[in-house]
Design a protein around this ligand. Structure first.
Ligand SMILES: NC(=O)C1=CN([C@@H]2O[C@H](COP(=O)(O)OP(=O)(O)OC[C@H]3O[C@@H](n4cnc5c(N)ncnc54)[C@H](O)[C@@H]3O)[C@@H](O)[C@H]2O)C=CC1
Ligand SMILES: CC(C)CC(=O)C(=O)O
Length: 364
């Protein structure tokens, strides 16, 4: 990847490369766009095949956060961090403290939180060094782990997508194939099971599968079988790029609605599933619950208020489906349109009225 070419193509503001030999920290902080406010997005810790993959992931995820935050009505820009390493083996206190100091050095341009491979405990270590971290322990007045709230948002969003596809948002009797039953999907499965949906699950982690089988009577399938499951709804809840040339021909689902970021490998895959008549709930609209919850900390966290806002994901998806129909475009394009229009509108109003609209985390 030619970094500057890529940054210019999608108009990224900044990429910060952090290296700390003592702790083994190798992190990439990507800030895509801060038109609406400071960039907020989680920190992912993952073992990448090579550095180029890590850069690409950080950059794509950061851009996704710009769109997610804009479409969710938040006054926040988009950013994301990738830490290269195995979250089961390579973490240590110094690493997250060092990372916290890098974030502090950005002076509020970027606020971090959890993503795949990081936990509330990791955020607490970052908090030792900087205020610009959310999703820390509730004992600090924070919102804690965002995953259950993300799951609730995906659940209400799935109901909106079901209404679009089947004419009713009732999920009882529907079969949902869930790829990856980690932090978010476990809670999603709970909501679905309580409503009477049948679950088919897979995960590379055997214990996670067993937990879903035991707790929700889910049927387990092998990793690769999940795409071909005879189901109503496919819920990608692991990593990105899973809607691609290899998987699309195998899908039997009428709806795709899940938590994973960057589900479409490329834009053309969004067009392909649209042509096949699959109702796609755009990833960054349906999985915005976590960031909506975390963003509430900027006002002094109130769980009830945050949850109410998360329920707005249902209406937001209704709006996306309506724009898609009105403009005869796939839903992922309709979501982009919604986000871009808000950024454009707000940037004009910002120039006129707002000198410094940034929030202060220390209010929490
Ligand atoms: N945690 C949150 O609040 C939010 C998470 N997301 C996205 O949702 C997705 C899931 O996030 P979490 O549940 O927090 O992560 P997690 O790491 O707890 O769960 C992901 C699960 O997917 C499994 N997995 C990985 N590769 C797989 C594969 N090829 N096939 C099957 N399973 C596989 C993992 O073993 C793990 O159990 C990620 O894409 C994340 O970026 C998006 C918004 C907020
Ligand atoms: C705070 C996180 C839940 C935000 C994020 O990184 C995401 O929504 O992917």
């Amino acid at each position: 990847m030619e970094l500057f070419t890529y940054m210019e193509q999608y108009d990224y503001e900044q990429v910060v490369i952090c290296q700390d030999k003592q702790s083994g920290l190798k992190a990439i902080i990507a800030i895509h766009d801060t038109t609406l406010g400071p960039a907020l997005g989680g920190t992912r810790m993952w073992t990448y095949e090579n550095e180029a993959d890590a850069f690409e992931d950080a950059l794509r995820l950061a851009k996704g956060m710009t769109y997610k935050n804009a479409a969710a009505g938040l006054n926040l820009g988009g950013g994301k961090t990738v830490i290269i390493g195995d979250p089961r083996k390579d973490k240590n206190e110094e690493m997250f403290r060092a990372f916290g100091r890098y974030i502090q050095g950005l002076n509020g341009r970027y606020i971090t939180a959890e993503d795949v491979g990081t936990t509330v405990q990791d955020m607490d270590l970052i908090y030792e060094e900087t205020d610009y971290v959310a999703g820390i322990s509730p004992a600090f007045g924070s919102s804690g782990n965002p995953s259950p709230v993300t799951a609730y948002g995906v659940y209400v969003g799935m109901k909106s997508a079901a209404k679009e596809a089947f004419g009713s948002d009732d999920l009882s009797g529907k079969t949902v194939a869930v790829q990856g039953v980690g932090n978010v999907a476990y809670h999603l499965c709970k909501h679905l099971s309580e409503e009477g949906a049948a679950l088919v699950v897979t995960d590379i982690n055997k214990e996670s599968v067993e937990r879903a089988v035991n707790d929700f009577n889910a049927k387990a399938v092998n990793i690769d079988e999940i795409y071909g499951v005879d189901c109503d709804i496919f819920a990608p809840c692991a990593l990105g790029g899973i809607i691609n040339d290899q998987t699309i021909p195998r899908l039997k689902a009428t709806v795709i609605a899940g938590a994973a970021n960057n589900q479409l490998k490329e834009d053309r895959h969004g067009h392909l599933i649209h042509e096949l008549g699959i109702v796609y709930a755009p990833d960054y609209i349906i999985n915005a619950g976590g960031v909506i919850n975390i963003a509430d900390e900027l006002k002094g966290y109130n769980a009830e208020r945050a949850l109410k806002k998360v329920e707005g994901i249902y209406q937001n998806l209704d709006d996306v489906f309506a724009i898609a129909k009105r403009d005869q475009i796939p839903t992922f394009k309709a979501a982009d349109r919604m986000a871009e229009e808000r950024i454009e509108r707000m940037s004009r109003s910002r120039r006129q009225f707002l000198k410094d609209g940034h929030h202060i985390l220390s209010r929490r």
